[in-house]
Write a protein that binds this ligand. Structure first.
Ligand code: NAG
Ligand code: NAG
Ligand code: NAG
Ligand code: NAG
Ligand code: NAG
Ligand code: NAG
Length: 495
């Protein structure tokens, strides 16, 4: 470990101007890792302010704010630098000239040079902000207390943390106004978003911003683009953009996306984002802090627990288990235990093991269960409590009244991810259809529905303009037939 900060005694301000405690502790750790000494202002072991050689403060801090916060008058006697000084020094493996990073007071914020890179740093740091602990479920702790009283849940905060198969669009409840205003060019924007994300990861801000703008413009178009030439007269679609659109229309993907995906940086970020609860944002942020592998994340998490949400810590802890595929037989065993508990609670409910299990896979990624009930609002807490009481359910990730994600474990087997979806009993066929997938098959069905002026969701098949239900299906086949789609076997849906 290089000791670039050795001899430095640094004070880091935090919790002002959007500069979070987490950002501060990351910098502190980095400085200490590189031989320096650092304290976070406000922590207990703080020394006399004057004893610090350098103070790190948010770039937009003013003289008044700092004097107030530090409770000293002659702030100008102190060497106060932007956080970027520490970052740049770490990246360059060499202390960067302090002059270049000094906070300037009584001057207007320079708008030009302060922008992209500094702003980007601020954003990066924001990313590292801890999500509020979203679940607090210490199983060993809670099992000592009375069952079921101490579960605290919330849903994941980053959309990018949604499992891929939970396509949010398909998942939306029908809302005619939303449907009408929806993106007509997702066939193009989906692909461009992949590329844009890659540039973002690769820190190519110029291209990333350009593509983000293009994507936004495409989403706002009130017609579906079927030929890149249609964009010729529209402002903001230059020849390069039109070529990319043409490539997508022709092949369905971009060569550039494929080649960039092979970059080691992208591979590392993809690996990190496999941890449950990690969106690509978190993975990118960790990458930027020098983490490259799951092992790196595990080590980092040992000393930086605050950096992660409870969900993420569980994801890290159980990574080696959750990454393993689940044999069909185990899915069946777990399913039958859950079904038995469910039937004790509500004998008339419907239960179906969906997902890749239902499509016939020998090895499944997780366990997807659809439950149809007349008591949608009340069933889930009872079921969860009972699964916990029998020792099957070990962790919970998220819960709403209709969705639950948690972890189950059979004795002697690894931890396994479990997803429940609870629906009104008459919606069961739609939910089963949706949660069986595959997502490609779902997409085909949805497109077919849209072609006919319908909207298909996991709750029903609707008239796209009025939002009215079109049929009362009792089986999946009713829905598929109504759409005029060929009935495929479950295995054939595995496309
Ligand atoms: C300072 O910058 C942070 C992050 O860039 C921002 O959240 C905050 O509102 C800014 N404060 C002022 C007073 O400009
Ligand atoms: C600020 O410093 C002065 C002395 O320099 C001290 O009397 C005062 O209590 C301090 N205020 C706070 C809030 O620490
Ligand atoms: C969970 O509970 C156990 C047993 O009470 C305790 O030792 C452990 O520190 C707890 N972990 C957390 C994260 O609260
Ligand atoms: C979800 O969590 C809330 C507390 O945040 C709890 O009141 C509710 O019963 C839970 N729902 C289910 C279905 O477990
Ligand atoms: C949707 O409802 C409107 C108004 O009732 C009707 O005119 C239209 O034909 C319906 N569309 C479909 C696809 O059934
Ligand atoms: C579905 O069933 C409900 C209640 O039985 C009925 O009111 C409605 O008209 C039916 N809808 C269709 C499209 O058949």
């Amino acid at each position: 470990m290089s000791g670039i900060f050795s001899g430095f005694n640094i004070l880091i301000l935090s919790k002002i101007l959007g500069f979070t405690g987490t950002s501060a502790s990351i910098i502190k750790n980095k400085i200490e890792e590189h031989g320096g000494s650092a304290d976070i202002f406000g922590s207990r072991n703080i020394k006399d302010i004057k004893s610090y050689t350098i103070v790190i403060a948010p770039e937009n801090a003013t003289e008044e704010i700092l004097s107030q916060k530090l409770n000293i008058t002659n702030i100008k006697d102190m060497t106060i630098v932007k956080p970027e000084w520490a970052h740049s020094s770490i990246v360059a493996k060499k202390i960067q000239p302090i002059e270049n990073f000094k906070l300037k007071f009584n001057e207007k914020m320079p708008s030009r040079e302060s922008s992209p890179s500094i702003k980007r740093k601020a954003e990066e740091l924001e990313v590292g902000k801890p999500r509020k602990p979203s679940i607090i479920d210490n199983f060993s702790q809670s099992s000592r207390k009375s069952v079921g009283s101490d579960w605290v849940f919330s849903s994941p905060e980053e959309p990018s943390d949604l499992p891929i198969n939970m396509n949010p669009e398909f998942f939306q409840p029908p809302d005619p106004s939303r449907i009408k205003s929806s993106n007509l060019n997702s066939h193009i924007t989906d692909e461009l978003e992949k590329l844009q994300k890659l540039y973002e990861i690769l820190d190519d801000r110029g291209r990333s911003v350009t593509y983000a703008n293009t994507i936004r413009s495409l989403k706002l178009l009130n017609f579906k683009v079927t030929d890149a030439e249609q964009l010729k007269k529209i402002k903001g679609f230059g020849i390069k953009t039109r070529n990319k659109v043409a490539e997508i229309l022709q092949k369905g993907y971009l060569d550039k996306t494929v080649s960039l995906s092979k970059e080691p940086q992208i591979q590392a970020i993809n690996e990190i984002s496999q941890i449950y609860g990690f969106g690509s944002k978190t993975a990118i942020d960790l990458y930027k802090h020098g983490l490259r592998t799951i092992q790196d994340v595990k080590k980092f998490a040992e000393i930086n627990r605050d950096y992660f949400s409870e969900i993420q810590l569980t994801g890290i802890e159980l990574y080696d288990d959750l990454i393993q595929k689940i044999p069909r037989e185990e899915v069946e065993r777990i399913g039958s235990i859950i079904k038995a508990q469910l039937k004790l609670i509500e004998p008339k409910s419907e239960f179906e093991l969906c997902g890749s299990y239902r499509r016939g896979r020998e090895l499944c990624g997780d366990i997807d269960i659809v439950i149809g009930t007349k008591h949608k609002d009340r069933l889930l807490p009872f079921l969860i409590t009972s699964l916990k009481a029998i020792g099957l359910l070990t962790h919970s990730f998220t819960n709403t009244s209709e969705k639950f994600t948690g972890v189950v474990k059979l004795e002697g087997k690894p931890h396994r991810q479990l997803d429940f979806f609870v629906c009104n009993i008459e919606e069961t066929p739609y939910a089963i259809l949706y949660f069986t997938g595959s997502s490609n098959y779902n997409r085909l069905l949805r497109l077919e529905a849209e072609k006919k002026g319908y909207h298909l969701s996991n709750t029903g098949l609707y008239n796209r303009s009025t939002g009215q239900k079109l049929i009362n299906a009792t089986t999946e086949d009713d829905i598929i037939r109504f759409l005029g789609f060929p009935i495929l076997s479950l295995q054939e849906r595995d496309v």
